[in-house]
Ligand binder design. Sequence first.
Ligand SMILES: NC(=O)c1ccc[n+]([C@@H]2O[C@H](COP(=O)([O-])OP(=O)(O)OC[C@H]3O[C@@H](n4cnc5c(N)ncnc54)[C@H](O)[C@@H]3O)[C@@H](O)[C@H]2O)c1
Length: 343
Amino acid sequence: MKKTILVTGGTGFIGNCFCKLLLQERPEWKVINIDVCTYAANPHTIDEELKNPNYVFYKEDIRDRKKMDEIFAKERPNIVVNFAAESHVDRSIKNPTIFLETNILGTAVLMDCSRKYGVERYHQVGTDEVYGDLPLDRKDLFFTESTPIHTSSPYSTSKASADLLALAYHRTYGLPVTVSRCSNNYGPYQFPEKLIPLMIAKATNNEKLPVYGQGLNVRDWLYVEDHCRGILAVLEKGKVGEVYNLGGHNEKANIDIVKIILKELGKGEELISYVADRHGHDQRYAIDPHKANVELDWDPITRFEVGIKKTIAWYQSDLGKKWLAECIESEQEWLKANYENRD
Ligand SMILES: NC(=O)c1ccc[n+]([C@@H]2O[C@H](COP(=O)([O-])OP(=O)(O)OC[C@H]3O[C@@H](n4cnc5c(N)ncnc54)[C@H](O)[C@@H]3O)[C@@H](O)[C@H]2O)c1
């Protein structure tokens, strides 16, 4: 059936992958991308999508109520999926305010428009970081949807606030809301401030690879396309008012990820440089995706061993190299200040 789906943050890492998936697998749908294009969005990310007649791009800010109202009035979306966010923990520690503005107030604007124009579904893209962290020595513990919210950083707090607001809009106003909370994603087109692309970029240039603390923090890695398939499954099979955890039971310590990348690129471990730890650094994230497995029939398809090879190969391709260089060029100052000469 023909639908109009409005995706915010569709020029970012996961939002773009989601648009690609929709254009490929729901070719009868119209896909609207609203993205203000912060530092995290390389405009060339959407070069291919812009050629598709079913794809429309608005370079606008989700905090701009008037503009959002105009777009909703014009496009009359059936479905809204909100990826737009400030997404980097380190930046939230330096400047929390923009995180509160975009991640909480921007979400409220989108939900007000969704109410006004009667969307069939508003989906909030969330993170497992809202659950806080788990101890490294309790491998038996996992985050379920009923794990209490217990945030550590301004980023995770802003994301938790957005989730709670979305669920409140469902209960108070009857807005048909769903929420998904996903573990760490990896794949092509991820901005090189995040662990995997940062390490690939540094290793490729034979630069030091800055690893926080001892690199023992554990993350649960999911290939970005699997996350996007999970969100589509929530839209098509999920129940309104519910939260779904998406994760792949693929826990890895940061240092092991770094070593895998070095090995894949044929570089030595002497490039590793241990740097002062992040403030309030969460120890371990681990998702229990049982509810999504059973209720949505969703399971990740891409094994980590395959996904990481595909990812590294993309960043090593001509397109990936060019894309990475453009990102690094535009954010020289931040990347230098944060990831060079740390001790
Ligand atoms: N990356 C992960 O591992 C991960 C895991 C779980 C959940 N998430 C969530 O998924 C979503 C997408 O994450 P990502 O990794 O693709 O982030 P990203 O930083 O790559 O992309 C975010 C996009 O949002 C856009 N944006 C930011 N502020 C905006 C505003 N005010 N108006 C319009 N657009 C704006 C940016 O320009 C960018 O294109 C986020 O909500 C994030 O919290 C990410």
